[in-house]
Design a protein around this ligand. Sequence first.
Ligand code: HEC
Length: 100
Amino acid sequence: MTKRFLTGGLCLAAALMAAPSARAMDAISVAADSCAGCHGTDGRSLGTMPAFHEKKPAELKQILREYKSGKREATIMDRIVKGYSEAQLDAMVDYYTAKK
Ligand code: HEC
């Protein structure tokens, strides 16, 4: 009985591990939602925060790298980008710029 349960559990774990891309995408959308509080849902800020749709993805990715390296001055973004890898930041830009 215990053995059967264990085997079932291992199969489930293997099945979950077989879909890393789907889970990675979900993680990005969750992380990206934290940006919406300032930049607006869909990255179209209605206030004074910069809106994402006004720039090209490559330019936004470059700006985020510059916040990370300290090359570009910021009030808040330099601190926010420290919590993410460059690959995650790129994925978040792709996530927002794919929304039209
Ligand atoms: C607390 C509010 C706040 C949050 C949360 C926030 N940002 Fe920002 N963001 C700003 C401000 C303010 C600027 C302008 C630069 C500065 O002063 O830091 C900015 C600038 C940017 C820019 C440059 C845009 C441009 O056109 O120059 C990008 C790209 C960006 N943020 C991406 C993100 C991403 C991705 C997240 C989520 C991980 C995020 N931001 C979360 C406030 C925020």
